[in-house]
Write a protein that binds this ligand. Sequence first.
Ligand code: SF4
Length: 609
Amino acid sequence: MAYTGLALEVDLSERDFSEVNISDKKYEKYAGVIGVGYEFATKLYKKKMDPFGDRNFVIFCAGLLVATGVPATKTTVITKNPLNSTFGPGVVGGRLAHDIKKAGYDFILLRGKSDDPVVLKITPQNVEFQKAGRLWGKDIVKVTETLKKKEKGSVVAIGPAGENLVPISIALVDGIHHIGKGGLGAVLGSKKVKAIVVRGDKREMTIFDREKFKEYSKILREKILADKLRKIYSELGIMSAWDAWAKQGYLTYRMRNKQASAGMLSEFGAEKYLYRVKKRSIGCYGCPSPCKAEVNMPGGRTTKTSVYLGLAMSLGIKCGIQTAEEAVECHDIANRLGVDELIFSELFDALVTFKEEAKIFEDEIGFEISRDAKSVKTLLNLIAYKMGIGEYLAKGMDGLVERFGEWVKEENDFIKNMDWVFDPRVSFGSESFGQLTNLRGGHEGPVTITVLEGRSEESLRRYVRRIGGDEEKIFENGFRAELYTLATENWLWVLNGMGFCRRESIARNLDITLIKNLFNTSTGFELEEEDIIDGARKAISLARALNCKEGYNYSNDLPPKKFFEPLKVGSSKKVLRNYLTGKEISEGEVLEMLRNYYSERGWGRDGCP
Ligand code: SF4
């Protein structure tokens, strides 16, 4: 079958490992791997467990269709996130999922804690617990390069931020692909796991009906190869969206109160990226649309980035670094240290804005801070090593409240102590409403065609039909963003569960029927489209139930005040509006939308399953 039916369970405390058989029924029930992963999580969960305690777990789930010949690349990771005690998943590309599958597993479960720093080496039928030795303390890129010199396979590594239990830390796969926003780096650090090397072999996945599966794979491959977006992504990545994002008002700083200037937009824009910053394209393993890149730093050095737009928006616009090359250098430092640069830049922006508004003073910050690369580098290091003000910022916005007092809460626009990317005043679709319901906290909802305003009702309806959403309900009396979001979340979890990338150069060539056909012919199950969606719904409810056990309910999904303040874009002021009808939406109506969303998911009015 396309799946292996096996999980590798690694007990770090005992330095032991075992294999766990998984029944076919579970893969059928969840139509993918994520629900199975959350069943493991539910079983291992202990109430209010310390994210840094030995009871916390890390579960890597390799997408079901990875290593079957289709361009599926994704691994989903589940843990208790130390930044906010949620259990929302992280998703990563690269070659990791491929290596997990080819090592013989769909899942890798880490439990317990090692006494000393280790590098785990996972190969078919074996796990070695190697001493991390001098690698402990080293940055992620160095560790990855060192391990890659002697080992084949994928490397998941943490940096000093993870070792020092910084809740805004991440891990990196192969020194480029970010994984685990919300503090996975710190969870691995608490378990003294410096790196995990996973090496597969040449085994072939069994495919239930290879001939038919090949036919459906061919349809998908031909569609992707013929898609003009593939060429655009291969050249520009999601920088292709830069001009439209700028025009519609997404690119802001000073705590979302000021739009990026013309100078900033051109310094970090698509043209500069293509002709001066980008050196070459990089992609996840086997992806026909490589959207990542090797990029130039000052002094002729280079580094890698998975989303240049993210670094341009965060380090360029929000932090105000002057040149693109300097921003790339700061991105490289954040990666090496293992600090999440998106949350970092929101915190940096808040700190500098508070200083500019004389709400806090330089002696309280502890160094001369301004919007430049030097200050960014200083603060990144202070956070990674939890020194001075960095000890507080390591905890996200909650840390700023702890350091400066309750007044910061008034200014705080984080969602579940996590930054968010998509301003709902620009466009109120799945990416912005979904920031409220995202199981991991703010960040973003599923990015779909509503990311830009002005799509026609017909194109939205087409999109909803393609992903298997409930067209009738979503367009009842106009457009119900909450139900549209729900449909797109289900779709995203279907994609992730299969291992497919959500980037439109891949995802828009898929539809729910093609996914059903790929799933059925590779596994031998006979599911319908509704069953595939239902598998994702079940997985989402399992994840939500874990959050609820930690005390989360509807009150944590309420929007920040910022959603209801006008956003100045050029000479106009944008407010929260219905995507299609343009009717202004009040705070009370957003609460009502949340209630509708819960009810449609079959959850209680408190937002819990
Ligand atoms: S399009 Fe998706 S799978 Fe391909 S390189 Fe980009 S992120 Fe990876």
